[in-house]
Design a binder for this molecule. Structure first.
Ligand SMILES: Cc1ncc(COP(=O)(O)O)c(C=O)c1O
Length: 387
């Protein structure tokens, strides 16, 4: 099948789920392929460049599948993600301001085949990047980041943006490739259309100002999973960077940005106790699911894939407490369940490898190569931050 062709075929190829020790992350390969194909079809139909964010999967195997389906390049948040994705991609965006000499040395040391673009939002960051690039005799592309309402990073407003763009455009070691924003404050729900309209107006004004200054960006990069299917309505947007869509999760489903049956990743867990009435305890706690609140009125840290009315109500490090009050289901010790985490990117980062399944058969597995922070050594092990 398409996905498994580039994923590392594991010895586990014909392993059944019962043979796996829990907790363990599973990906339904049919759903993964459908999610990948749907996004490729959408961006193709609307002539939007797709540069998926790899923070969700952190795996070159999945990055390869995204590129094979037409992604123009990949997005990374950390130097390790960039180093790992450079193994399979020659066009990378670091969507995070690389501040500090160690980080800068690392990202300007990416292999020469990589066309690197960096997102940043300050003159200090421009100066540091320009110096690091010049020291290495390299040219680095820049997207200047605009805050479009999330209040995280990004300059506030078009005039500020223009100031940073001018500095970038004047730097011989840098190439002004465009502008970027991340609409992380838009989580879906009934107000999504109005929020997209607001964003559209702000972006339109900003592009007008850049235009009049003769600095119209070649690329306008935005996009998140909750906003993704309306990207074509944002005039001027040329590129999108959804990440979560590959696997999806409970928060994305609660926001209405995917259907429950689009959730491809679940953590397989075993019921280890039913001693307390009204609940069952599984062997999956914060160290395999994460502890991300849903951010909605729906409580809990995850739900069962096959019984979404059963939620993970409480967590310890290695215990997940399932709330059975809304369900007539009464599991027994030893039963196995599949939990869709609230935030899949966090859950993925807690595991060394992902197991690809169809039905009850494990067909393949792939490593979460870019988890952690430290560089990959040739030998494959990790080293300290001092280098
Ligand atoms: C800068 C940036 N771009 C893109 C994304 C992808 O968004 P999503 O996870 O909603 O797909 C993120 C997510 O954190 C991000 O921080």
């Amino acid at each position: 099948m398409a996905v498994t062709s580039s994923l590392t075929a594991a010895d586990s190829r014909s392993t059944s789920l019962d043979q796996l020790e829990t907790p363990i992350p599973l990906v339904d390969l049919d759903r993964l392929e459908r999610n990948l194909d749907r996004m490729a079809a959408y961006t193709g139909a609307h002539h939007l460049a797709l540069r998926p964010h790899t923070k969700t999967h952190k795996s070159p195997a999945i990055g390869t599948e995204q590129l094979r389906r037409g992604a123009v390049g990949l997005t990374c948040a950390t130097p390790l993600e960039a180093e790992v994705m450079a193994l399979v991609c020659d066009d990378l965006l670091l969507a995070y301001p690389p501040v500090g000499s160690v980080k800068l040395r690392r990202i300007t040391s990416l292999p020469d085949h990589v066309k690197l673009t960096v997102a940043l939002d300050s003159v200090e960051s421009v100066d540091q990047l320009a110096r690091a690039a010049a020291e290495r005799g390299k040219t680095v592309g820049v997207y200047v980041e605009l805050d479009i309402g999330m209040r995280r990073v990004g300059v506030a407003g078009a005039e500020e943006l223009l100031k940073v763009v001018r500095v970038v455009a004047d730097c011989p070691a840098l190439v002004y490739r465009g502008i970027t924003f991340y609409p992380g404050h838009i989580r879906g729900g009934d107000t999504l259309p109005e929020q997209i309209d607001r964003l559209q107006i702000d972006l339109h004004d900003t592009l007008g100002i850049l235009d009049r200054a003769g600095l119209r960006p070649a690329v306008v990069s935005g996009g998140s999973t909750p906003t993704v299917w309306r990207s074509h309505r944002i005039e001027g947007l040329t590129e999108i960077r959804p990440g979560t869509y590959v696997y999806n999760d409970r928060v994305t489903a609660l926001a209405g940005a995917c259907e429950w049956n689009d959730c491809a990743l679940s953590v397989l867990a075993t019921v280890v106790s039913t001693a307390v009435p009204g609940q069952a305890v599984v062997d999956s706690g914060t160290k395999s699911l994460g502890r991300e609140p849903s951010g909605t009125i729906e409580e809990g840290f995850g739900s069962l894939l096959d019984r979404p009315d059963v939620t993970v109500a409480r967590l310890s490090e290695e215990h997940g407490i399932l709330d059975l009050r809304a369900s007539s289901w009464r599991p027994r010790v030893g039963d196995r369940v599949r939990i869709v985490p609230n935030h899949v990117c966090i859950a993925v980062h807690l595991h060394e490898a992902i197991y690809g399944v169809r039905g009850d058969t494990v067909e393949t597995a792939w490593p979460v190569t870019a988890r952690g922070r430290q560089p990959l050594l040739a030998a494959g092990s990790r080293f300290s931050a001092l280098h």
